[in-house]
Every structure is written in C-alpha cells, then in structure tokens.
Ligand binder design. Structure first.
Ligand code: BG6
Ligand code: MG
Length: 208
C-alpha cells in the first residue's frame, strides 16, 4: 500500500505551504518539528496541532472555517499539477508491484487524493483506493491501512506500506504491516527499511 503525498508526488511541501500561509495569517508559529507532526495527519488533526500554539482559541465553527481556508489554498496549489509532477520513479514503483503479481492500494488521508490521482494519471494503477472521507481516525491510527487491506481482500500481515510520515509508519505498524520509510532517519527512525526516495524502491527486495 502506498501513501500519496510525499511518496508519489511532491505534494507534502504544498500541504506545508498552505498550512504556512494560514499559520502566518493567524499568527501561529509553525516550525519544522510541528510541521513534521502534522505530516500524514488528516486535515482537522493537522489544524488542531497548528492551533496548539495559536495566540488565541477558536470556536468549533471557526475551526471548520480555518480548515476550509487551508484547503482552498492547497486546492489552488494542486490546480495545475499533471503527470510531470509525479516524483521520479513513482509510476515505476507502483507498476513493479503489479508486475510482481501483487495488489496495490492507495492509503492517503487526503480527501483531495482522487482528484490528484486523476491529475497525475495514475488512478488506474491501484486495485483499491481508500475513501479518506470514510476514515474516522487519522494516522497514526491503523484504520486507513486496515481499510486498504480489507478493500484488497488481503491479510494485514501480508501487506507492505510505503510512507513518508512518522504518523504513517506508526499506523502501518499498528496495523501489523511492514513499513518502508521514504525520507530521513531523523524523522523515520521507526521504519523497517528506509529509502531516500521512491526511485530507490525495489519490490524484489521484499518478496521471499
Ligand atoms: C495527507 C497529508 O496525505 O493528507 C497531510 O500528508 C494532509 O498533510 C492530509 O493534512 C489531509 O489532506 P486533505 O487534502 O484532505 O486536507
Ligand atoms: Mg505522506
């Protein structure tokens, strides 16, 4: 199973930029460590993390509006993306899994994932894509990965997940799955295997 943002496309930086714009507008500090905690976490969960250090508190209705505002910035940023914005090796990585006779699922917390898959031209590469709108508990909860396994009809222990976020690695492990981390050891020290980028992914390494 594949995460999308930060694994297949460089959209983690776009989420980050959209949050930064909102953070600046409301005067909430957003440093690297906080941004790292927000990675992989759903929209509302990310907002709650950002607001931990906001200069004032917000009502429920205001929070809904703030989350919508961030999303409008993000949607604007992804509006012009196309197949050229796939990370190098991303398409080949998913295709290699299929060629090995294995099933592929997308497990992205983003409710913009369906639109992004279409824009990137990779929707057809997945046997199953989780509908993030139906996931109640955000990564690091295992719910999204268990839903992906069940959508594929595969036991969790037989699944391998690829993730760029610490919350995603924790979610994979909580689901009983092996976790490939894409990024730096600093952030992803819990990953079973750490790769610098998706281009380094080699499925033959994981097949017995
Ligand atoms: C995850 C991103 O894939 O999706 C998070 O890593 C983001 O940064 C989350 O908050 C939810 O995305 P969206 O598009 O539904 O706001
Ligand atoms: Mg990600």
């Amino acid at each position: 199973m594949f995460d999308l943002d930060g694994v297949l496309a460089d959209t983690a930086v776009l989420h980050r930029a959209a949050w930064q714009q909102l953070a600046d507008e409301i005067g909430a500090p957003l440093d690297e460590a906080t941004a790292g905690r927000m990675k992989g976490v759903d929209r509302r969960g990310s907002l709650d993390i950002l607001l931990e250090r906001a200069p004032r508190s917000y009502s429920e209705a205001e929070k809904v509006a703030l989350a919508a505002r961030k999303n409008s910035y993000y949607v604007e940023l992804i509006g012009r993306l196309g197949p050229q914005d796939l990370l190098p090796g991303a398409r080949a990585a998913v295709e290699s899994v299929r060629r090995a006779g294995l099933k592929t699922a997308l497990a992205s917390a983003s409710r913009n994932a369906p639109q992004l898959l279409d824009r990137l031209g990779i929707a057809a590469l997945f046997d199953y894509a989780v509908d993030a709108g139906r996931i109640a508990r955000s990564k690091p909860d295992p719910e999204i990965f268990l839903a992906a396994a069940s959508g594929l009809g595969v036991a969790p222990e037989e699944c391998l997940g690829v993730e760029d976020a610490a919350a995603g690695i924790a979610a994979l492990h909580a689901a009983g799955m092996a976790a490939v981390g894409i990024g730096r050891a600093q952030e992803l020290d819990k990953a079973d295997v750490l790769l610098p980028d998706i281009a380094a992914f080699d499925i033959s390494r994981f097949i017995a």
